[in-house]
Design a protein around this ligand. Structure first.
Ligand SMILES: NC(=O)c1ccc[n+]([C@@H]2O[C@H](COP(=O)([O-])OP(=O)(O)OC[C@H]3O[C@@H](n4cnc5c(N)ncnc54)[C@H](OP(=O)(O)O)[C@@H]3O)[C@@H](O)[C@H]2O)c1
Length: 320
């Protein structure tokens, strides 16, 4: 199969492209910065905004998985927020326009979205049918609305093109956990090993997550199942409060202590780490309603098991 992955140079792209290349597929990554990727992965330049020569890769391709978007792990300045929005909406539009031009467009377009689209909530989980889209919660900082707006406009951009032969799925992904250097699990593990992985602001906010292997398996299912389109939550069925998630993670690393942090301490820490507290404080309680309905069986349904597996993966990666 030919599989095209715009924005496939990052953490999630790394997980997917290595897996597809190892399975012998023709993998094409679209990126703004040509670099050497793994054997079996071709690299094409694009600007993430306009249709160019790269569009020929979509003609006759079997699958496109668009992951492009400026990292959200940054300070939410006006400029960064605009870049977060534009990089997602513009790149999604460009993919849609290129697909419209293709004589033989792929049967499936999987478009990254985010579990952040749902409201901050602790009392009940969001599935696709009953979940509440965020942006109107009275109890959270007003600026959190912008992240939801980015997600909504990102998903809307996928629907703009006229594509009668291409099924479209929006991947409402939770944190994708893999042992890779620089990924979110690496970051949380670093906190845990430093003794900083305690409850933040009480730790009652939920964290949704998915093991990278299950993420790939879910992508495979969504690529194959012609009856599934529209938004799909990619999250393990076991979201848990931040204090419990970090307690399990500290346990997986051998029972490290975890100092609690107040909201004010989190603000200072986020400033030092050049990120935003929304990523730590928003309660993301998201469950995989449609995946479970489709018969998807998680290999890593619980955080305790996933964390142990991921710690083993990090140790393996570090082995000389
Ligand atoms: N990681 C997670 O747990 C997670 C969870 C939910 C959703 N997501 C979303 O999934 C996508 C992939 O996640 P990731 O962790 O792999 O992200 P990442 O490591 O930051 O990679 C995203 C890729 O997007 C490209 N990009 C950055 N700025 C761009 C711009 N202005 N225009 C066009 N392309 C740009 C970059 O490719 P080049 O620099 O090579 O062009 C980069 O490799 C992101 O959109 C992210 O928001 C991630």
């Amino acid at each position: 199969m030919r599989i095209v992955i715009p924005g496939g140079t990052g953490q999630v792209g790394g997980i997917l492209r290595r897996r597809y290349a190892a399975a012998g597929h023709d993998v094409v990554v679209l990126s703004r910065h040509p670099e050497t990727l793994e054997p079996g992965v071709r690299h094409r330049s694009w600007d993430g905004r306009t249709v160019g020569d790269w569009a020929e890769e979509l003609d006759g391709a079997d699958l496109v998985v668009n992951l492009a978007g400026r990292t959200v792990s940054c300070r939410y300045t006006d400029e960064h927020l605009r870049q977060m929005m534009d990089s997602r909406v513009d790149s999604t539009r460009a993919v849609g326009q290129a697909l419209e031009l293709a004589a033989r467009p792929p049967a499936v377009w999987l478009q990254m979205s985010t579990a952040t689209i749902y409201a901050d909530r602790r009392d009940a989980p969001h599935d696709e049918a009953t979940g509440i889209i965020g942006g109107h919660e009275p109890h959270v900082p007003a600026y959190w609305e912008f992240s939801v707006r980015i997600a909504r406009e990102w998903e809307a951009a996928q629907q703009e093109a006229t594509l009668p032969h291409t099924r479209r799925v929006a991947l409402r992904a939770a944190m994708v956990m893999s042992p890779d250097r620089g990924g979110v699990f690496d970051y949380l593990s670093w906190m845990a090993r430093l003794g900083l992985g305690g409850p933040v602001a009480g730790g009652g906010q939920y964290v949704s997550w998915i093991h990278g292997d299950d993420f790939c398996r879910a992508v495979d299912l969504l690529a194959e199942r012609s009856d599934l389109e529209g938004p799909v939550n990619l999250a393990a069925p076991d979201p848990l409060p931040q204090r419990e998630l970090m307690r399990e993670l500290r346990g997986a690393w051998g029972g490290r202590p975890g100092l609690p942090a107040t909201r004010a301490m989190a603000e200072i820490g986020a400033w030092v780490l050049r990120t935003d507290t929304e990523l730590l404080l928003k309660s993301r309680r998201v469950v995989p309603g449609r995946l479970l309905d489709a018969g998807f069986a998680f290999e890593h349904p619980t955080w305790a098991g996933a964390a142990a597996d991921l710690v083993a993966g990090v140790r393996e990666r570090r082995r000389p």
